[in-house]
Design a protein around this ligand. Structure first.
Ligand SMILES: C[S@@+](CC[C@H](N)C(=O)[O-])C[C@H]1O[C@@H](n2cnc3c(N)ncnc32)[C@H](O)[C@@H]1O
Length: 265
């Protein structure tokens, strides 16, 4: 038996950054964007289209350069109960769709902050923000495992199909807890596994960047959130396009989850 090669955390980060950088760079060429490349978090294409994830009201007023780059698996702003005046942080904000929806909901007295580790995504989201003419957004280039944000500065954290991409989810949840104000909430859409994924899948870089290899077992994922200090967890599993990826057994074990969790007041 040959020795199995372990993947280093930094290799995963670099592969993820390169992959999403390429998607963002493609999206910059008008009409050239392939919103759902074969190894993105959301295949097949029709299941991850903006129309499949978002309501017509959500999409009204958003230009195609925003709606074409939807790489998520849920619609966190639809379930986050955002209120005027709140400060929202979107982890892995990508092309900005959830950020712009959050900005509308919190209004001019609130703020929506996008954090993404890929420079090309930040550039794309800034360009999109100018098109959407949204004022109350702010962008930070940085990693969610080491957020460039003050302690207790955020009311609500949202994230859409990003945390599975992290090789260090304990750090992500610890950082989320640190930056949230007491009583603040985290409302995230992500992918988790139901049961074991084959070891070869866990070691595949293509499966990492495609949001499969990093999908933790559902129970482990929720335990990590609780271990970071979050309470009152509410979850909803399923309804995901991922479950419908017919033909590939492994995809049947990776499902969409929405989680709402609170930092104690
Ligand atoms: C699957 S896309 C989702 C983008 C967006 N949330 C959406 O729904 O369209 C993942 C995004 O997360 C970013 N990302 C991945 N790992 C990250 C990390 N550790 N820290 C910050 N951003 C990260 C990527 O650069 C990419 O823009």
């Amino acid at each position: 038996m040959g020795k199995k090669k372990m993947i280093h955390k930094n290799e995963i980060k670099e592969a993820v950054r390169r992959h999403y950088g390429e998607i963002a760079a493609q999206a910059k060429g008008e009409g050239a964007a392939s919103c759902c490349p074969a190894s993105s978090c959301c295949t097949p294409e029709e299941a991850c289209s903006a129309e499949a994830l978002y309501s017509p009201e959500d999409l009204a007023g958003l230009p195609s350069s925003v709606t074409e780059v939807t790489l998520g698996c849920g619609n966190p702003t639809a379930i986050a109960g955002l209120k005027p005046g709140e400060v929202v942080l979107d982890l892995g904000s990508g092309g900005g769709i959830d950020l712009f929806l959050a900005a509308q909901k919190v209004g001019p007295t609130g703020k929506a902050i996008g954090l993404d580790m890929t420079q090309e995504m930040i550039d794309l989201a800034k360009k999109n923000a100018r098109k959407v003419r949204v004022q109350n957004v702010e962008f930070h280039l940085g990693e969610m495992e080491d957020m460039p944000l003050e302690d207790e500065s955020i009311d609500v954290i949202i994230s859409n199909c990003v945390i599975n991409l992290s090789p260090d989810k304990d750090r992500v949840f610890a950082e989320a807890y640190r930056v949230l104000k007491p009583g603040g909430r985290m409302v995230i859409s992500d992918l988790v596994a139901e049961g074991d994924l084959p070891p070869a899948v866990r070691r595949s870089m293509e499966a990492w960047v495609g949001c499969v290899a990093g999908a933790l077992d559902k129970r482990e994922y929720l335990e990590k959130i609780e271990a970071a200090g979050f309470i009152d967890l509410k979850t909803r599993v399923g309804g995901s396009p991922v479950e419908e990826r017919a033909g590939a057994d492994i995809y049947l074990r990776v499902v969409h989850i929405d989680v709402e969790a609170y930092k104690p007041a």
